[in-house]
Ligand binder design. Structure first.
Ligand code: 0A1
Ligand code: ZN
Length: 853
């Protein structure tokens, strides 16, 4: 079957089956008569045959719609209707389709299409939600201008583009930019706005608004500043100017993802836009700034130039993540951003790439596209662009981007189009580079060294393990940034880019006075797992001398990881050399406090489990947890005075500011506090909690207390203080589960699911409870199997309401093959139990089947 409608029946859709649409849409007029249980949607669509189309059957997507009437050129028609859509006979040339359908937004808990959240109407149409609003060719290569009329008695009614007229009980909007249906949006509710303006580089004034529920207006200022910074940055760095007179952002409480880039009307999960010092942590502020930038940047990379089909999702997402990461690096600290991104990439994307859900950055088949909004498409997609930029250089990169924007403005494009602009702008052949889009799996890069009379040689070998459907892999283009350090720590070769294209390849450096120490993969120049035989002395040397901040951090991390692995596998004591090296680094007041805070973090439990598994050892989640605890205890005992000094010296005084500088000081002092709490019985944390005037300090102190089981009173007072604030109460839920001892984690989640504030209908709350369990490996994988059974039970309950979030949370089980046979048997039972559920959604059934296979 060649149509996306095939997916409904659980069938697989293939990239290779793409065919252009049979009909194009010139213009769409929609009228919404809003009512919670019976909204009427009237559509008037002007269709014209596509000269490049090959389909002869006129088909419109439509799901869960009650068709009231349909007409072609004014004559009523009776189409053939299936659960996926309708078809009917149509005239030869252009014609006008008119239909009226009825939908029930108040009954829509899947949060796709038109739904209600706290009395407010809102939409989510990416990827295939528009077909739940009306009959339409709901595919991204059909782009049209939209005229929208909204009728309701709600005071605020918004859609894409510009407002053109309004009156008592109605408002009309027109979006002059042709767009695919997935970028359509509508909002109506009792909302208040935080207004501002931005003057673009050509001097046009743009009206800006953040719309929120009454009571939240005090939480908009930061998001608005982030929006203006993003608009300015896109002008200065990419030459991209905003193209409407109005830009609206709306905060909604019930939302499956972070936010959505609908043209001129971005819709945000309220957790990703609302911020205040009292209720948001530094990490929240940074994330909000990044997501606002991400959605805004989509205006050019996503909206003006969109994807031809959903297989090309990385075209907009990889590029937009790459752009938002560059923005954050410019606004804050470049090395700190890079290190944090690599931590996330390893935690999320390497996990995915090395398990049953591994797929290429551009997948070649899917059943449910919602299951492909993944770390691979987003984060690895961004890494691929970073590599391209490294290979061609900054100047050529921007030349290619300019060409992309001029050549493809207003089009729905493919990865081939994207790579072609780079080939045309640079003269490079990107045939081999393209494998990054088609081959799944994380390449392993092995390196050995040799020294011969002044010549130092690096011998590289690359291999990528098999992934589902891809048993053997071909060599990829790897940009490997290296530097060389002399024995005294001086840099004898500044960062140099090696371009590896073969399975095995060597690079020599001549004329050196003494054997150097190499610093390889600087800045994490390619998303690979580096294998290099080295010893702790050399790691400590790089930690002390490397000029590349990323590799300096990496040296510390590999010292820590090595020490932990030996504690886990061989029962060794915490390595004194690591503790000494860390102490020296932390004492260095010339180093950014944020960098030092990152250096104090240990490799994650999941990262350790993967490394053990790859080395042939079955990981024991409980033991990994215990050994990390033991290491943290040793860190605290090794440097109590230094920690106390850091804690005191990096206290931030004066009014709270979310800027990078003070946030970095808080990160370091709170990292010190977490260790000190093990020594002082919580005395400092209790005092910090009592005196905190911002959420970063309050939550950090509470976490410290809970981690030593001494925060019962504070936990209660925290709830009483914040019970009116749903976003803070999400933190209250997740903290308790995340910090529970492994044997208590499942019981804590279960107890909280019975709390009156728990609701399955709000994805944030569900994730705060069960996502926190899934993200605590020792608790989730506790030998009792209680974590598995509990999560499976709740996923079965959630699936009928919200398939998308259910499917996404099934990834908790994706690492199951690493574990022992008892755990595997329990997980299999949990997964098979989900699969056996009557009426299981396509989303969840695809996900569980892929995990099981
Ligand atoms: N395009 C949005 C993310 C997004 C994707 C899918 C959604 O529903 C299935 C919702 C939002 C972004 O990249 O921000
Ligand atoms: Zn995006």
């Amino acid at each position: 079957m060649k149509d996306a409608a095939a997916a409904q029946t659980g069938q697989t859709i293939y990239l290779s089956d793409y065919t252009p649409p049979g009909w194009l849409v010139e213009d769409v007029s929609l009228t919404f008569r809003l009512a919670p249980d019976a909204t009427r949607v009237l559509s008037r669509i002007r269709f014209a045959p596509n000269p490049e189309g090959t389909q002869d059957r006129f088909f419109l997507h439509g799901e869960k719609l009650k068709l009231i009437s349909a007409a072609i050129d004014g004559t009523p028609v009776t189409p053939d209707i299936t659960p996926e859509g309708l078809s009917c006979a149509v005239p030869e040339g252009a014609f006008t389709w008119e239909a009226e359908v009825e939908i029930a937004p108040a009954q829509n808990f899947a949060l796709e299409g038109l739904y209600m959240s706290n009395g407010m109407y809102c939409t989510q149409c990416e990827a295939e939600g528009f077909r739940k609003i009306t009959y339409y060719p709901d595919r991204p290569d059909v782009m049209a201008t939209f005229h929208v009329r909204i009728e309701s008695d709600l005071p605020v009614m918004l859609s894409n583009g510009n407002p053109i007229a309004s009156g008592e009980g109605w408002a009309e909007w027109h979006d002059p930019w042709p767009k695919p249906s997935y970028l359509f949006a509508l909002v109506a509710g009792e909302l208040v706005n935080h207004p501002d303006t931005f003057t673009t580089m050509s001097g046009r004034a743009v009206e800006l608004n953040i719309w929120v529920r009454p009571g939240d207006e005090g939480k908009c200022a930061f998001g608005m500043e982030a929006l203006k910074k993003s608009m300015k940055w896109d002008e200065e760095v990419y030459g991209r100017e905003y193209d409407l007179d109005l830009f609206n952002i709306v905060a909604v409480d019930d939302f499956n993802m972070g936010a959505m880039e609908n043209k001129g009307l971005n819709i945000f999960n309220s957790s990703c836009v609302l911020a205040s010092p009292e209720t948001s942590t530094d990490a929240n502020f940074e994330r909000i700034e990044a997501i606002i930038a991400h959605e805004y940047f989509h205006n050019w990379t996503g909206d003006r130039i969109t994807c031809r089909d959903w297989f090309q999702l990385c075209l907009k997402e990889g590029l937009t993540v790459f752009r938002d990461a560059s923005f954050t690096a410019d606004m804050r600290s470049e090395p700190v951003k890079r290190i944090s991104d690599v931590i996330t990439l390893r935690a999320r994307q390497f996990r995915e790439d090395n398990g049953p859900l591994a797929h290429p950055v551009r997948p070649e088949s899917f059943q449910e596209i919602n299951n492909f909004y993944t770390a691979t498409v987003y984060e690895k997609g961004a890494e691929v662009i970073g590599m391209l930029k490294l290979l061609v250089g900054d100047e050529a990169y921007f030349k290619a981007l300019d060409l992309y924007f001029t050549r493809h403005d207003g089009q729905a494009c493919t990865i081939e189009d994207w790579l072609k602009v780079f080939e045309d702008a640079t003269g490079r052949d990107l045939t081999q580079f393209k494998r990054w889009y088609s081959q799944a799996g994380t390449p392993r890069l092995h390196v050995t060294e040799s020294w011969d009379n002044g010549t130092f040689t690096l011998h590289f070998r690359q291999e990528t393990p098999p992934t589902p459907g891809q048993p053997s892999k071909q060599p990829q283009v790897l940009p490997i940034a290296v530097g060389l350090l002399g024995p005294n720590g001086d840099e004898v070769l500044p960062t140099t880019l090696l371009e590896m294209t073969e399975a095995e390849q060597s690079f020599s450096f001549e004329g050196l006075g003494a054997r150097p120490v190499p610093s390889i993969l600087r800045g994490f120049s390619a998303p690979v797992i580096l294998h290099r035989e080295t010893d702790n002395a050399e790691r400590a040397f790089l930690l002390a001398h490397d000029t590349d901040p990323y590799n300096r951090w990496e040296a510390g991390r590999s010292l820590a990881k090595n020490a932990l692995l030996r504690m886990i596998a061989e029962g060794m004591a915490p390595d004194a050399a690591y503790l000494d090296a860390l102490k020296t680094l932390l004492e260095d007041e010339t180093l950014d406090p944020a960098f030092r805070a990152l250096a104090m973090a240990l490799p994650s439990e999941d990262d350790l489990a993967l490394t053990l598994f790859e080395g042939g050892t079955t990981p024991d989640p409980q033991r990994i947890w215990e050994k990390r605890e033991e290491m943290r205890e040793a860190m605290a005992r090794h440097m109590p005075d230094l920690l106390a000094r850091l804690y005191a010296a990096h206290q931030v005084t004066g009014p709270y500011s979310p800027e990078a500088g003070p946030a970095a000081d808080r990160a370091l002092s709170n990292a010190a506090l977490a260790l000190l709490t093990r020594l002082d019985g919580g005395e400092r944390a209790r005092a910090q909690y009592a005196g905190a005037d911002n959420m970063t300090q309050q939550l950090a102190a509470l976490s410290c207390l809970l981690s030593i089981d001494a925060g019962a009173q504070e936990l209660q007072s925290f709830y009483e203080q914040w019970q009116h604030d749903r976003l803070v109460i999400d933190k209250w839920f997740s903290l308790q589960v995340g910090l529970a001892r492994p044997e208590d984690a499942a019981a804590t989640a279960e107890r909280l699911a019975a709390h009156p504030d728990f609701t399955m209908k709000n994805p944030n709350r569900f994730r705060a409870t069960f996502g926190a369990l899934a993200m605590s490996p020792a608790g989730f994988h506790h030998a009792s199997g209680k974590g598995y059974a509990l999560l499976a039970d709740w996923l079965k309950k959630l699936d009928p309401l919200n398939p998308q979030t259910t499917a996404r949370m099934c990834t908790a089980f994706e690492t199951w093959k690493r574990y022992d046979s008892d755990r595997q048997a329990m997980i299999r039972e949990a997964l098979e139990g989900i699969l056996a559920q009557d009426g299981l959604s396509r989303d969840t059934s695809e996900m569980v089947s892929r995990i099981l296979n």
